[in-house]
Design a protein around this ligand. Structure first.
Ligand SMILES: CC(C)(COP(=O)(O)OP(=O)(O)OC[C@H]1O[C@@H](n2cnc3c(N)ncnc32)[C@H](O)[C@@H]1OP(=O)(O)O)[C@@H](O)C(=O)NCCC(=O)NCCS
Length: 315
């Protein structure tokens, strides 16, 4: 690592008072380049910090060098079936302190905290071209597990996003190829009228039932039983958080399934599919709900969301 004496470095939690130096740091184009939109006002950052501090799934670590804040990292705990994972997010170091080992020490502190919280595997993402960050993570033992093409548009070119992992305690046993049973059925479209739209207030009872259907336990991050309050909190989050959407698929008034996704802001011009639940019992009649077709149909909606800054949720 760099030349900083570890004895000069202290770690502490984040507070709303940190908004001023974070604003200054994140408005540096070189720091913001791989992180997101800038310039940001102190007011926006202060609100973000306030909201972030309320999230029980997120823990922030601030590094201080000679008593002055130098950088920050977040450990975000995954949920449900993925609760063995901890994501290190939003790492940045003030530019004047780059190359002194602060980034390395902060990431290491994030890993330590994740271990203390019982996390088995730490994940981190970085963008193609961010060699400083990638090398730092590799030095700490992270390995690229997968990458996403054309994730962000930076300095005139589309970049990959690397997802890197570091196992803290073994995740075993793994699923073997042979044990994966194929129950692929052909996608027979029938003449059933299906309607896809954004989830709204009147749908909450149906959504609550869907989140508790047996299929939701298989691939979703939830672990039923989900209470009505949890469904309501999920919905409030959907309505209040920038870029979060949920397309629901109905047959008449019956909710067959939903697809929740996040539309990211520049430079990360992409959609992340967060959760898909299809109640197989309700869609049994048709063997398999024609999601692929519905998604193609709703691709137009998604493109509108992706490319139009004026898109507003219809909920
Ligand atoms: C990435 C970042 C956090 C690194 O912080 P830092 O305090 O400079 O990191 P460190 O000093 O601990 O380590 C940097 C390492 O990268 C290496 N490095 C420095 N410049 C590099 C470059 N141009 N190419 C490749 N590696 C480089 C250094 O060799 C150093 O390794 P060393 O310890 O062997 O010298 C900081 O540059 C930053 O805030 N970047 C902007 C935000 C960002 O990109 N965050 C990460 C999002 S994934």
């Amino acid at each position: 690592m760099g030349s900083v004496l570890l004895s000069k470095l202290r770690f502490r939690g984040l507070s709303v008072e940190d908004a001023d130096w974070i604003t200054e740091a994140l408005n540096d184009p070189e720091v913001a380049k791989y992180l997101g939109i800038y310039p940001r006002t102190e007011h926006e950052i202060r609100n973000d910090v306030k909201n972030d501090l309320e999230k029980v799934q997120e823990r922030y670590v601030v590094a201080e060098l000679d008593g002055e804040p130098a950088g920050c990292i977040c450990v975000s705990l995954d949920m449900g079936r993925c609760r063995h994972l901890g994501w290190l997010e939003g790492l940045f170091v003030r530019r004047k302190h780059w190359g002194k080992g602060v980034g390395y020490a902060l990431t290491n502190e994030g890993i330590k905290l994740a271990r203390e919280l019982g996390i088995r595997k730490v994940m981190i993402t970085t963008t193609e071209g961010n060699e400083r960050a990638k090398r730092l993570y590799e030095k700490l033992g992270f390995k690229i597990e997968v990458y996403e093409n054309d994730h962000a548009y930076i300095d005139g070119s589309w970049r990959k996003e690397y997802v890197m992992g570091l196992e803290l305690s073994p995740c075993k046993p793994k699923l073997s190829e042979s044990s994966i049973t194929s129950n692929n059925q052909s996608s027979q479209n029938s003449n059933i009228k299906i309607n896809v739209r954004q989830v709204g207030d009147p749908d909450l009872d149906e959504v609550h039932k869907l989140q508790n259907c047996p299929e939701s336990t298989k691939s979703s991050r939830r672990i039923p039983p989900i209470t009505k309050d949890e469904t309501k909190r999920w919905y409030e989050g959907l309505k209040s958080q920038e870029g979060k959407y949920c397309l629901a698929c109905f047959e008449n008034d019956k909710l067959l399934g939903y697809l929740q996704f996040t539309a990211f802001s520049p430079p990360h011009l992409h959609l992340r599919l967060d959760e898909i639940i299809v109640d197989s019992k309700k869609s049994q009649k048709k063997q398999q709900m024609p999601w692929s077709k519905r998604l193609k149909a709703s691709r137009k909606d998604m493109d509108t969301i992706k490319y139009s800054p004026t898109y507003r949720k219809q909920a």
